[in-house]
Each structure stands twice: as C-alpha cells, then as structure tokens.
Design a binder for this molecule. Sequence first.
Ligand code: ZN
Length: 113
Amino acid sequence: MSNNPRYGCFNERVKLRKRLKAMGITRCMNPKCGQLLDWEHPYRQNSAEIDEIVPISKLPKEMRARAAIDPRNVQVLCRRCNQQKSNKLNWDGGKVRKPPEFETPPSPVDWFS
Ligand SMILES: [Zn+2]
C-alpha cells in the first residue's frame, strides 16, 4: 500500500470526480488557461484532473486524507496546468481562490450527504 494519502480514500476520490463532472465543469479552472477539459481520456494535456488548492503535502498528516476530497480544497485543472502547479502553494499560473484556512478540519460530508 502506498503512503500517498490520495490512495487512502480512493473510492471517495472516484465519487468526487464523478460529482465534479456531473456539475458540468467543462473548462480548466485556471483563469489564465480555461481550455476545454477532456473527462474521458487520461494523460492528455487537457485531461481533467482534480487539484488540491492547498497541496496535501503542506498539511498536517491528520488532515491529509480529508483535505484531498474537501470541496473547499479542490479545483479541476487540465493536466498541463496541474503538472505546472505541482505542489506549489502560491502558483503564478493562476490562483483561482484564496487557499482555505481550515479553521475546522476538512470534512467530506458536504460532498456525500
Ligand atoms: Zn489549464
């Protein structure tokens, strides 16, 4: 089993992806990009990928699994933008939202209730 916290909640990530797709997000959420997303095919430069606004690696361990699926902390980027952003907190390519403060621990309840 990998230590990557994203794999610790794989099913929730799959649900989150379906939900974001169902919301009709069709364009990369980087305002400097905005290209049409490809939800069907992985590994293309415009493939839809879920990005954590605050990179999981920057959070305390106990918050990571939930932050990976917290609606306050995710955005949909094209693969190209997601790779450019990588794990940077202050991303010059287009910061979509102010990173969440996490006054309360991230919770997946908003997505799945
Ligand atoms: Zn993009």
